[in-house]
Design a protein around this ligand. Structure first.
Ligand code: 13P
Length: 336
């Protein structure tokens, strides 16, 4: 399994990441609604086939996460197979109500080994399971999600499939970056506790976490009182500092790849933040990306306007920037 991760991350250069194109039917409908396009099997195929046909995508993207409908459509995934990009598959069945506090628990463990076997035959080498947590969730909710993630990860490894372990703390709300930091640490501690007890091999997982941010509706400005050598403390620097410190406290160095989600940050912020982490801090793990919206947003709008070539160029441009950010060498002006 470690050789799969090595291919995804683009070893030995370590400059590739993951394109998350596994939007569930309701989520892709929401994305298509935003550009006034009906979500049908046909439009979903056209959109994704266009993305996957992007020239040189394989130089920056080592893996693509797919939805069930997509991996079953040979025509949609053919360009990825031709480029040698690893195929991943979302295997969870979504987050369902868990308690009266608004907590959610992701489901989908029933029948998972059989589904993994089938996906393996369809070419999947890695899988994804997303737990959705909010800073108001109870400890019981966090622990239930952590153990479910660990059970999923163990079942994947038993089938020779690399599990992406995604405990996403969503940033909706008015909480401060301090709250995000404390809550994310608590979640990560429970996740790694559960992975330990389930005997999940840490060397063969990919961790897909949130960055540590202010809640999107927070009125508290980011802190700026750092004794830092840099003269100007940018927002990205604060996010990078909080995120790296948070993960250093909770994530064992055996984990071979941390691939951040973008989580609905403003366009371009996630790639900037990743770049700042890699340019300003030393970490025990490679820090990469598994972005959905950050990679696709501009591309989606252009596709909706019928600009297929420009849409592919927008994806390529952002993929190049993300790759540069894995090395801390982001350049905002990339020509493709
Ligand atoms: P975003 O980068 O848009 O958050 O999507 C990543 C993802 O796959 C969430 O599960």
């Amino acid at each position: 399994m470690q050789n799969i991760i090595y291919r995804i991350i683009g070893g030995p250069a370590y400059n590739k990441g993951i394109l998350a194109a596994d939007e569930s039917s309701p989520t892709i409908k929401k994305r298509f609604d935003s550009i006034g396009v009906d979500s049908t099997e046909g439009t979903r195929h056209s959109y994704r086939h266009n993305l996957f046909s992007t020239d040189r995508l394989e130089d920056y993207i080592g893996g693509v996460i797919l939805f069930d409908e997509t991996i079953r459509n040979d025509e949609t995934v053919l360009p990825l197979k031709e480029k040698g990009i690893c195929l991943g598959i979302k295997v969870d069945k979504g987050a369902k109500p868990y308690d009266d506090n608004g907590g959610k628990l992701t489901e989908g463990l029933d029948g998972l080994p059989d589904r993994l076997k089938e996906y393996g035959k369809l070419g999947a080498e890695f899988a994804k399971w997303r737990a959705v947590l909010s800073v108001n969730d109870t400890d019981a909710c966090i622990i239930a999600n952590a153990w479910t993630l660990a059970r999923y990860a163990k079942k994947c490894q038993d089938e020779g499939i690399v599990p992406i372990v995604e405990p996403e703390v969503i940033m909706d709300g008015r909480h401060s970056i301090h709250t995000s930091n404390e809550f994310t640490q608590k979640v990560l501690h429970h996740v790694f506790d559960a992975l330990y007890y389930e005997k999940v091999e840490l060397e063969s997982i990919i961790l897909k976490p949130n960055m540590v941010l202010n809640g999107y509706a927070s009125k508290t400005p980011l802190p700026t009182n750092f004794s830092d050598a840099k003269k100007t403390i940018t927002n990205s620097h604060v996010v990078a500092l909080y995120t790296v410190n948070c993960f250093k406290k909770c994530v064992p160095s055996a984990v071979p790849m941390i691939a951040f989600l973008s989580g609905g940050q403003a366009d371009g912020d996630a790639v900037q933040n990743l770049n700042e982490m890699n340019s300003s801090f030393l970490t025990p793990w490679p820090l990469s990306f598994s972005f959905g919206r950050e990679l696709q947003n501009n591309s989606l709008i252009l596709w909706g306007d019928g600009e297929l070539e420009l849409s592919r160029e927008a994806l390529l441009r952002r993929a190049i920037q993300c790759s540069m950010a894995t090395e801390g060498e982001l350049n905002e002006f990339v020509s493709v």
